[in-house]
Write a protein that binds this ligand. Sequence first.
Ligand SMILES: NC(=O)c1ccc[n+]([C@@H]2O[C@H](COP(=O)([O-])OP(=O)(O)OC[C@H]3O[C@@H](n4cnc5c(N)ncnc54)[C@H](OP(=O)(O)O)[C@@H]3O)[C@@H](O)[C@H]2O)c1
Ligand SMILES: C[C@@H]1O[C@H](OP(=O)(O)OP(=O)(O)OC[C@H]2O[C@@H](n3cnc4c(=O)[nH]c(N)nc43)[C@H](O)[C@@H]2O)[C@@H](O)[C@H](O)[C@@H]1O
Length: 316
Amino acid sequence: MEKDSKIYLAGHRGMVGAAIWRVLKKKGYSNLIGRTSKELDLRNQKAVFDFIKSEKPDVVIDAAARVGGILANNNYPFQFLMENMQIQNNLIDAAHKLDVKKFIFLGSSCIYPKLAPQPLKEEYLLTDSLEPTNEWYAIAKITGVKACQAIRKQFGKDFVSLMPTNLYGTHDNFDLETSHVLPAMIRKFHEAKENNNSAVTLWGSGTPMREFLFVDDMAASVVFALENELPEYLYNVGTGIDITIKELAETIQKKVGHTGEIVWDSSKPDGTPRKLMDITKMHDLGWKHQVELEEGIEKTYQWFLTNNDSFKQVKM
Ligand SMILES: NC(=O)c1ccc[n+]([C@@H]2O[C@H](COP(=O)([O-])OP(=O)(O)OC[C@H]3O[C@@H](n4cnc5c(N)ncnc54)[C@H](OP(=O)(O)O)[C@@H]3O)[C@@H](O)[C@H]2O)c1
Ligand SMILES: C[C@@H]1O[C@H](OP(=O)(O)OP(=O)(O)OC[C@H]2O[C@@H](n3cnc4c(=O)[nH]c(N)nc43)[C@H](O)[C@@H]2O)[C@@H](O)[C@H](O)[C@@H]1O
C-alpha cells in the first residue's frame, strides 16, 4: 500500500478507529480522511454514496458501528440490528459501485454459534444457533461478512473481514449501562475504592470465559490487513488466551487496589459461556498480539485516571 493512498476510516473517533488512525499516522500514511457521525451519518445511504463519490478513496476501513456490552445489546435489539446493517451496507455498496480498491470490515466474535466447539475456527460460521443476548448485532455483522465475501467471490475484489474478540483500551466506553465488562470493572472498582472500599456489584455468575485484546493490537491487525492482500475472506483476531469473568474481576480489583466485597447480581445475563478465538490463520500470515492482559489493563486504567471527567459515555 502506497503511503499516499487515500484511506477513508469510518468511525475514526471510536476506540478502535482512533487507534487505527494513530498507527497509520505513525507509519507515515499521509492521506487519511475521517468524518464524525454528526458530519456524515452513515445510516444515510445517499449521503454515504455522495461522500465516497466525491472523495474517491482508494481504501475504506469500516470501524463504525453501533457498539455496546451485553446489556445494551440485549435491551436495544432493533438499533443493534438495523443501524449496523445500514452503516455497513451503505459503505460496502458505495465502495463496490464506486470502485474502491480495498475494503476492510470489522465484525465480532459473537458471529459464531453460542455453543460452537472451542477455540472458534472461521469455518464454524453459520453452523448452529447464536447467543440470544447479541444475536441482533451478530446477524448484522454476519450480513456484512457475507456482503464482502460475495463481492470478493463475484468480482474478485480485495474486500476482507476481520473478527475481533472482546476489545478494550484507551478511549473505551466507561458508561456503566452500555459498556463492555472490562471498562465497567475499572470504573466500578475505582469508584468503590474512593468510596471507602464499598462493595462492587458485577453481573451474572462470573463463570463465563472471555478473551481480551488491547485496542492497539487490534489496530495493528487492521494495518496488517491493509498492507497485505489476505488470501481468504474472514480472519479471527485475538490473543488465543481467555479467563473467567471472576478472574478478570480479581485481576482488576488488585490493579486498582480495591479491598471491599464483590457481589454477583444473578438477575443480569451471563451471555455465551465461552468464545475463544482460533487465531491460527492470522498467526500463519505473520500477525500476533503484543500487549498481554495485565499490561493492557494498566494502560487502560491510567488512561481512565487521566480522562476521568471526560471519558466517553455512549447513550443509546
Ligand atoms: N469494543 C469491542 O469490544 C469490540 C469487539 C469486537 C468488535 N468490535 C468492532 O470494532 C469496531 C469499532 O468498535 P469500537 O469499540 O471502536 O466502537 P466505538 O468506540 O463505539 O466507536 C464506534 C464509532 O462508530 C461511529 N458511528 C456509530 N454510528 C454512526 C453513524 N450512524 N454514522 C457515522 N458514524 C457512526 C462513531 O462515530 P462518532 O464518534 O463520530 O459518533 C464511533 O466513532 C466495530 O465494528 C465493532 O463492532 C468492537
Ligand atoms: C464484544 C461484544 O461483547 C458483548 O458480549 P459479552 O462478551 O457478553 O459482553 P460484556 O458486556 O463485555 O460482558 C461479558 C461478561 O461480563 C459479565 N459482567 C460482569 N459484570 C459486568 C459489568 O459490570 N458490565 C458488563 N458489561 N458485563 C459484566 C457479563 O454478564 C458477561 O458475562 C456482545 O453483547 C457484543 O455483541 C460484542 O460481541
